[in-house]
Design a protein around this ligand. Structure first.
Ligand SMILES: NC(=O)C1=CN([C@@H]2O[C@H](COP(=O)(O)OP(=O)(O)OC[C@H]3O[C@@H](n4cnc5c(N)ncnc54)[C@H](O)[C@@H]3O)[C@@H](O)[C@H]2O)C=CC1
Ligand SMILES: O=C1[C@H](O)[C@H](O)[C@@H](O)[C@H](O)[C@H]1O
Length: 341
C-alpha cells in the first residue's frame, strides 16, 4: 500500500522531509505541500523538480480528499491548530517536535485524537530512533552499568537564527533531551531548575536579550539527576553528548563516525555542523517505521500526543524557572487511559 501525504511548512526541515518522503521512504507519496509565505513552497518544488499541489492555507491541504496523512513541519506556534484540524478531518498526523508550545494546546490535540477513537498522531522526537540512543537504552534496560544515578548532557548548536529567544532553548532545543531521556530512563520529571552561567559575548540575537548558554538540572521520580548544558551559539559545531553514570559504570552516547587524520603534527576528526546530518538516519528510521505501521493497519508506536504533553509540562516548568531562578515542580494532568493501551 502507499499512503498519500501533505506537508505543511516548507522551511528548513520541511524541505528536508519533503526530499526524504519523496525520495527515500517507501509506502508514502507526497501529493501536496503548503506554506503560508506566498511562493515559498512552490520554490522548493521547483528546486526539487517536483510537481505537487501547493496550498496557501493548511485547511485547504487537509480538506484535499487525496491527502491521508498530514506532516507538520510548520513553525512551533502553528502545530496545535494544524494537528487538531487534521485529526478532526480524520487524517493521520506526523507532527514535528514540539507537539505544541504549552500544555493546554497539547491537551487540545489529545482531546481531538481521543475523539477519533484511535492513535492517529506521532511526534517527531527522532532521537528515540537514533542508533546511539537506542544502544544507551539497551545498556540501561539490561543493567549493564547498574542503576543510572546521574546524567550529563550537552546540546550545542554552532549558531541559531537571529530571532531565537531564551525560552526557545527550552521549547525547541532542550525538548529533545526532555523526551529522549524520559523514554530512555523510563522515568518522569519531578522538578527542574535553570541556571545562567557566564554568558557568551559572541551571542547574536535581534533583540539582544538571548541568554546563552543555559544549564538545566532536572530531577526524576527515581531520584536521577540530569544536567543538560544548552549552548546554541557554541561556534565550533553541532555537538550532542549524553553521559550516563550508573552504579558500576559510565555509558556515553557515541559521536558520529569520522576519520581521524594525523598530519602536520596534529590528529583531527570532523565535527558535524547541524542536525540534518547528525540525525539523518534517525529521521529516515522514524518515518519508515511510521508509514510501515500505517500501511500495515497498525497504530503508530512512536512518541504519542501524551509524550508531547509530558515534554510540554516539563518545558513549562523550565521556562518558569528561567524567570523565577528557583526550582520549579513539573505538574500535569493524569494520563488518559487511551494512552495506556
Ligand atoms: N526534529 C528535529 O530535529 C527538528 C525539528 N524542527 C521543528 O520543525 C519545525 C520547523 O522548524 P524549521 O524548519 O527550522 O523552521 P522554519 O521557520 O525554517 O520553517 C517553518 C515554515 O513553516 C511555515 N509556516 C509557519 N506557520 C505556518 C502555517 N500556519 N501554515 C503553513 N506554513 C506555516 C513558515 O512560513 C516556514 O516556511 C519547528 O517546530 C521545529 O521545532 C526543526 C529542526 C529540526
Ligand atoms: O529540533 C531541533 C534540532 O534537532 C536541533 O537539535 C536544535 O538545536 C534546534 O534548535 C531544533 O529546531
Amino acid at each position: 500500500m502507499t499512503l498519500k501525504a501533505g506537508i505543511v511548512g516548507i522551511g528548513f526541515i520541511g524541505v528536508d522531509h519533503l526530499k526524504r518522503l519523496a525520495n527515500s521512504i517507501s509506502g508514502v507519496e507526497v501529493v501536496a505541500v503548503c506554506d503560508n509565505v506566498p511562493g515559498k513552497a512552490q520554490k522548493a518544488l521547483d528546486d526539487l523538480d517536483l510537481k505537487l499541489k501547493d496550498y496557501d492555507h493548511f485547511q485547504k491541504l487537509i480538506d484535499d480528499p487525496e491527502v491521508e496523512v498530514v506532516v507538520i513541519t510548520a513553525s512551533n506556534e502553528a502545530h496545535a491548530d494544524i494537528a487538531v484540524a487534521a485529526l478532526e478531518a480524520d487524517k493521520y498526523v506526523f507532527c514535528e517536535k514540539p507537539l505544541a508550545l504549552n500544555a493546554d494546546d497539547c491537551q487540545r490535540v489529545m482531546e481531538a485524537e481521543q475523539k477519533t477513537g484511535k492513535k492517529m498522531l506521532q511526534v517527531g522526537f527522532m532521537r528515540r530512533y537514533d542508533a546511539g540512543y537506542k544502544r544507551l537504552k539497551e545498556v540501561v534496560d539490561n543493567g549493564e552499568i547498574g542503576e543510572p544515578l546521574m546524567l550529563h548532557c550537552r546540546h550545542y548548536n554552532q549558531s541559531q537564527v537571529a530571532d531565537y529567544k531564551t525560552a526557545r532553548a527550552i521549547y525547541e532545543t532542550l525538548i529533545h533531551e526532555i523526551d529522549v531521556l524520559h523514554w530512555l530512563l523510563d522515568d518522569d520529571y519531578e522538578q527542574v531548575k535553570v541556571y545562567f552561567p557566564r554568558q557568551s559575548s559572541l551571542v547574536k540575537s535581534d533583540d539582544g536579550r538571548l541568554k546563552d548558554p543555559q544549564v538545566i538540572v532536572m530531577e526524576t521520580t527515581k531520584g536521577i539527576n540530569i544536567v543538560v548544558e544548552v549552548f546554541v551559539n557554541c561556534q565550533y559545531g553541532y555537538d550532542i553528548n549524553c553521559d550516563i553514570t550508573g552504579e558500576t559504570g559510565l555509558a556515553q552516547l557515541p559521536n558520529p563516525a569520522s576519520v581521524s587524520i594525523r598530519k602536520d603534527a596534529k590528529n583531527s576528526t570532523d565535527i558535524l555542523v547541524d542536525w540534518k546530518e547528525r540525525f539523518e538516519e534517525a529521521y529516515d528510521v522514524e518515518f519508515q517505521d511510521f508509514f510501515d505501521r500505517l500501511n500495515n493497519n497498525e497504530d503508530p508506536t512512536g512518541p504519542t500526543s501524551w509524550d508531547g504533553y509530558l515534554a510540554a509540562i516539563t518545558a513549562d516548568a523550565c521556562v518558569k524557572s528561567q524567570v523565577s531562578g528557583k526550582t520549579e515542580l513539573v505538574k500535569g494532568a493524569k494520563k488518559p487511559e487511551f494512552y495506556n493501551a
